[in-house]
Design a protein around this ligand. Structure first.
Ligand code: UDP
Ligand code: MG
Length: 339
């Protein structure tokens, strides 16, 4: 019997290079008009074909900038087709901007990177090597934080200590959002719709094969930080309260301990009255106890409130961010897109 005639496929086509990959640099920007140009210049060395078999997408997420950031980005888009842009309808914060970017990025891997060049672009080469060697997440750890103020270093250290002591899953210290995430990891992260979130805690929580590269954090290229201490403090609270319920449980133990102490004190008091009769106890100790217990109860209520507030945020189920317009390759939607 004669074998069926199978047409020879792709006989004239070029061989398909299955190792060719697209990598998205995900860049959240908020009032950064002066930082766009230095950033694009600095990453040119990497995106202009220095790494074989990698195509690049530079995805800016304009987080409601009030200055000329959007204009600056769009002026570069004319000559550089690798640049994409999403404009959010207002400032939603870096965490939400990162989520918007992860939702729209097309890359096989995504690297969130700050526009101010504090995250060293050359590290990306090492990240890609480790990714190709099989790592699904490549963390970039800050070896040297001397560019940060003493206060920032100490508070950051304190945060990692407290977080790792409380959280159900630890987070490596000195690793920010700057890291490589494989598409598989990004898809998992996209499916996690929680609102109160600290992305870097989730990046560690999801697991996967993780490698690490070390770099020295640089000074800001232009402009000023918009991450004031109040914002960082709120991010820290979000990180802790969304990663663990231990702060709630602590009060069960504190309460039990205090109730037992009160019981034994009562017993002691009863016995001493029976033996020595009554005397008039001092005001100071009474006042002290009232203040101490009142304070502790308020803290406990406050902590319960932190969780109740976050439950409300989750239940309300508002979108994490709103896209005003987007310019991603051929996909251009310029008017009032809500996602
Ligand atoms: N950013 C943002 N939305 C904000 C605040 C910051 O998208 O509400 C961006 C900012 O443009 C920068 C990155 O997040 O690309 C890091 O911000 P910044 O340098 O101010 O923080 P720091 O490095 O001081 O922690
Ligand atoms: Mg910065």
């Amino acid at each position: 019997m004669q074998a069926p005639d199978i047409p020879e496929m792709r006989s004239t086509a070029q061989p398909v290079n299955i190792t060719h990959k697209l990598v998205t640099l995900l860049v959240p920007v908020y009032n950064e008009q002066r930082a766009i140009k230095p950033f694009l210049e600095a990453i040119q060395g990497i995106t202009k074909g220095n790494i074989p078999d990698i195509d690049w997408e530079i995805l800016f997420v304009n987080d409601g900038s009030k200055d000329g950031t959007e204009f600056a980005i769009r002026s570069f888009m004319r000559d550089n087709t690798t640049i994409s842009l999403i404009n959010l309808s207002r400032n939603f914060g870096k965490e939400a901007a990162l989520c918007a970017g992860m939702e729209h990025a097309r890359g096989d891997a995504i690297i969130p990177i700050d526009v101010d060049l504090q995250d060293e672009p050359d590290v990306i080469i090492e990240m890609i090597e480790k990714w190709r060697a099989g790592a699904e997440i490549v963390n970039a750890r800050r070896g040297d934080r001397s560019q940060d103020t003493w206060f920032k270093r100490t508070t950051a250290q304190g945060f990692y200590k407290v977080f790792n002591a409380l959280a159900d899953h630890p987070m490596p210290s000195d690793v920010g959002d700057f890291r490589l995430l494989d598409r598989q990891v990004v898809d998992v992260l996209r499916s996690m719709g929680e609102r109160a979130r600290l992305n870097k805690a989730l990046f560690s929580w999801v697991g996967f094969q993780t490698a690490e590269v070390v770099y020295n954090r640089k000074e800001r290229s232009a402009g000023h930080t918009t991450m004031g201490y109040w914002k960082l403090w709120n991010m820290a609270l979000d990180g802790i309260f969304s990663s663990t319920t231990k702060p709630l449980r602590i009060w069960t133990y504190v309460g039990t301990g205090l109730a037992m102490a009160a019981f034994f004190y009562g017993l002691y008091y009863l016995i001493s009255v029976l033996i020595y009769g009554t005397d008039v106890p001092g005001y100071a100790s009474t006042l002290l106890l009232i203040l101490a217990f009142g304070g502790m109860q308020l803290i406990a209520i406050g902590i319960v409130g932190e969780y109740v507030g976050r439950i409300l945020t989750e239940v309300r189920d508002r979108p994490l961010y709103i896209v005003r317009s987007r310019f991603i390759g051929d996909d251009i939607a310029a008017d009032g897109v809500t996602v």
